[in-house]
Ligand binder design. Structure first.
Ligand code: ZN
Length: 609
């Protein structure tokens, strides 16, 4: 799927990084609960003082997480903790003061530990926690999206989770919802107080997304009338639902007025965040050794490399597919014609989910037979049709793993049957997820992509890594896995598969190029669309949706390529240093053994060992 605009949750106020970004077409799983305790590993036996310090650090990490769960009940709900689920965060100045005090106190406690003296597991946790706290401060004090992104405010997402997640009987969940509803008017009042010179784009997004809240209120009312319960105060429920509807309507009208004023006075804040904010956001969100500018240059070089590689494939394939026609002179045109032709080969609409289910054991066998990395036959991946309540996002495929507070649950590969999208869109998805791309999608989402990475991450149990895992590492691994599988002979080095992989990877490369070019270098819409159409071979609809996403998010689109480039470089560096002693399986197993830590942190630990 091209775009997933999620509810902008109030949680954004608190965490800054999570849940606010429209997620990409291929969605990283929520990190899973560590299962049984990890192996002690083959490191030298730690000294007693190290063990004591590690235990002290673990205790602090746990305390900080518990404090964060209390500070943001919305974030807690997303993670599967419901003790404070009836409390709604009102995003006012007093709340920001509480966040400020927490961050200061938490950083002071964290800084009592010297990360270098900690064992590797705790050292990576230290880095992640430190980064998270710095992020919270920076998002609130410097980035200040709470002032200029009205789409930050929406009560519906959390209410919808409480309504649809069966963590308790429906009566109990409705009680929590009732309790939250009380604060909806105060919530939107605080939002009005906060907003100052917003962007047009985030104002429009907020107007649209808050309309979705009415549907959630209706679902709550329906649920209420469906159940037999004397415990629930129906009258009060009715009053609070009415007040909540009024508050949301008032907010939307207020935004509409503001939108008209901004347009008339040409007074909106530009959506482009500019170089300074962009570089710092990149540093905090991606946690890479690259700067944003360096990654941009790297992506431009990768684009050239891919075009050359794809042109080679296209030249080789041309006579097979167009025997009676000379190939176009222009390389990009030659590639575009072949990509278009090859997209006709795809499964029948009704076979889409079954075909995905059929491929999973084949991927598992290939990884095993080619000795690529360890797998765990005890924890199979369950392919299922995406549950109804998750379909609103429009994603075609995603992996959902049990959250850290729900151990023991299964890991699902959610696939949305394409007929869900209506005939026209379904036909275009079938061409996009054609015979070749579907294989790459399965590698990315399942084996040895997200699902396999999660299995490994679960062996280094860490609540910190489960909650604050590095997105660039997680997405980068899945993108790396695609190319690695092809290099190792998945698909028998078929030129068609390489060509299609090139197109798929170009999407990731262009996500990075355009996000930077638009936000930092001021690239305009027409030029961005032209590049996506002509140089990345995207459909018009895909390109226009991507443009919209660039105007609404910043930096997140670079995470895929950032992680991929760093992992690929690290492997090549190990290959060069170890020569004949390099073993791909060992490299993969070791790389994945630290949990979802930033690639630069993993690189440091691997180089030391
Ligand atoms: Zn992904």
């Amino acid at each position: 799927m091209k775009i997933r605009i999620q509810f902008a949750l109030s949680v954004l106020l608190f965490m800054g990084l999570v849940a606010c970004q429209p997620a990409d077409e291929t969605q990283a799983p929520t990190p899973a609960q560590p299962e049984v305790g990890g192996e002690p590993g083959d490191e030298a036996t730690p000294r007693v003082t190290d063990l004591a310090m590690a235990a002290q650090f673990d205790a602090l990490a746990e305390t900080l997480i518990e404090e964060m769960l209390v500070l943001s009940p919305e974030w807690a709900i997303r993670q599967g903790r419901y003790e404070n689920a009836g409390v709604m965060t009102v995003p006012d100045a007093a709340h920001r003061q509480r966040v400020r005090e927490f961050v200061d106190s938490a950083l002071a406690r964290l800084e009592r530990f010297d990360p270098v003296a900690l064992p590797s597991a705790q050292r990576t946790d230290h880095a992640l926690l430190h980064n998270r706290l710095e992020s919270m401060r920076w998002y609130q004090e410097e980035f200040r999206g709470w002032q200029w992104m009205p789409s930050t405010y929406n009560v519906a997402g959390t209410l919808s989770v409480l309504l649809n997640t069966e963590f308790a009987p429906i009566e109990e969940r409705l009680q929590l919802i009732l309790s939250r509803l009380e604060h909806v008017p105060a919530y939107y009042q605080a939002a009005r107080t906060n907003i100052e010179r917003p962007t047009l784009e985030h104002t429009e997004l907020a107007m649209g997304q808050n309309q979705g809240a009415f549907g959630v209120f209706d679902d709550i009312a329906d649920e209420l009338s469906d159940i037999n319960s004397d415990v629930l105060d129906r009258e009060r429920f009715g009053e609070r639902l009415d007040a909540a509807r009024d508050a949301v309507s008032g907010w939307i009208e207020w935004l509409e007025d503001m939108h008209a004023e901004l347009l008339a006075a040409n007074g909106a804040r530009p959506f482009r965040i500019g170089e300074d904010l962009y570089e710092r956001k990149f540093e905090l969100d991606i946690q890479s050794d690259f700067s944003a500018a360096e990654l941009y240059e790297r992506a431009l070089a990768e684009k050239e490399r891919l075009h050359a590689e794809m042109n080679e494939m296209a030249t080789e394939l041309w006579p097979d597919y167009f025997p009676d026609e000379p190939a176009p002179e222009d390389g990009l045109e030659r590639i575009a014609r072949l990509v278009d032709q090859l997209s006709d080969r795809h499964v029948a609409l009704e076979d889409f989910v079954d075909e995905i289910r059929r491929q999973i054991p084949e991927l598992e066998a290939f990884v095993r037979e080619h000795d690529l990395l360890d797998q765990d036959p005890e924890k199979p991946l369950v392919v299922r049709e995406t549950p109804d309540y998750m379909r609103g996002t429009g994603a075609i495929a995603s992996v959902s793993a049990p959250g850290p507070f729900n151990p023991g649950a299964e890991t699902f590969y959610n696939v949305t049957p394409l007929d869900h999208f209506g005939p026209e869109l379904a036909a275009s998805y079938l061409r996009e997820y054609n015979h070749w791309i579907l294989q790459i999608l399965n590698i990315h989402e399942a084996i040895p992509g997200h699902y396999t990475q999660l299995l490994h991450a679960n062996r280094s149990p860490s609540l910190v890594k489960s909650l604050f895992g590095n997105g660039a590492m997680i997405e980068g691994w899945a993108v790396y896995a695609e190319r690695m599988m092809l290099e190792e002979g998945w698909g028998d080095h078929e030129p068609e598969l390489w060509l299609m992989h090139g197109k798929w990877l170009l999407r990731v490369v262009f996500n990075t190029i355009l996000d930077y070019a638009v936000h930092v270098k001021g690239m305009e819409r027409d030029e961005a669309i032209r590049l996506m159409r002509e140089e990345a071979f995207q459909e018009e609809s895909e390109a226009t949706q991507k443009w919209r996403r660039i105007t609404l998010s910043q930096v997140q689109l670079t995470s895929y390529f950032a992680g991929y480039a760093e992992i690929y470089d690290l492997r090549e560096q190990f290959k060069a240093e170890l020569g004949d002693d390099f073993d791909l399986k060992d490299f993969h197993n070791q790389f994945l053994s630290y949990g979802s830590a930033p690639v630069r942190v993993i690189a440091e630990l691997m180089t030391e060992e």
